[in-house]
Write a protein that binds this ligand. Structure first.
Ligand code: 5GP
Length: 178
């Protein structure tokens, strides 16, 4: 049991995440009553949030995934690379993009612009975390779990160089212990 990931402090506990995710799922279930939205998870960071969110939804939904990369270590490369596309045809469908975190907003804008060209009936974003102070593009997700300060965080799906996604909480990354 001596697992010591490089975490300075636990920012959001598993209990806090579970409570908030349930609230988000309830809100989405209300807003999409009578519809069948496509939940489009952005891999890999959203994977834990995505599964928690969808199992709390009380509307029919389809699940689909995209895979993108833009980060290198603790800073964004600023360039988004699209690695895996959705399988579903989103034309005339209600789409909810599920993200781990919106930081500069570059990825979110890229996704909205791309998916809008496919003529969905509606498109919104649900993110577990939001760092509004680091925004470069003015974008506000409709559903946000937690707003956080401009610190690099890991856990609950979020990585540092592909590690620590397994942590059940959100922690502030400790550069000195990596
Ligand atoms: P944006 O395009 O908004 O700058 O960044 C979005 C992506 O950057 C997120 O999906 C996530 O992969 C990564 N990212 C931004 N901030 C953090 C952070 O604090 N920790 C981790 N692990 N990834 C982050």
């Amino acid at each position: 049991m001596d697992y010591n990931p490089p975490v300075k402090k636990i920012l959001i506990s598993e209990e806090q995440i579970n409570k908030r995710v349930k609230e988000l799922a309830d809100k989405i279930s209300q807003d999409y009553k009578g519809k069948t939205p496509i939940l489009a998870g952005v891999l890999r960071g959203s994977v834990l949030f995505f599964s928690n969110l969808v199992k709390n939804l009380t509307v029919d939904c389809n699940l689909d995934f995209m895979c993108l990369t833009s980060y290198n270590g603790t800073s964004s490369s600023g360039k988004v690379r699209f690695i895996l596309d959705l399988r579903e045809d989103i034309k005339d469908r209600d789409v909810i993009i599920v993200e781990d975190i919106v930081d500069t907003g570059i990825t979110a804008k890229y996704l909205f612009d791309l998916l809008k060209t496919r003529n969905p009936a509606s498109i919104e974003m649900c993110t577990l975390l939001d760092k509004p102070s680091n925004r470069k593009i003015d974008i506000k997700p409709k559903y946000t779990g937690f707003e956080i300060e401009n610190e690099f965080v890991i856990g609950y799906g979020l990585d540092y160089n592909e590690l620590y996604r397994n942590l059940p909480y959100i922690g502030v990354f400790d550069e000195t212990k990596k």
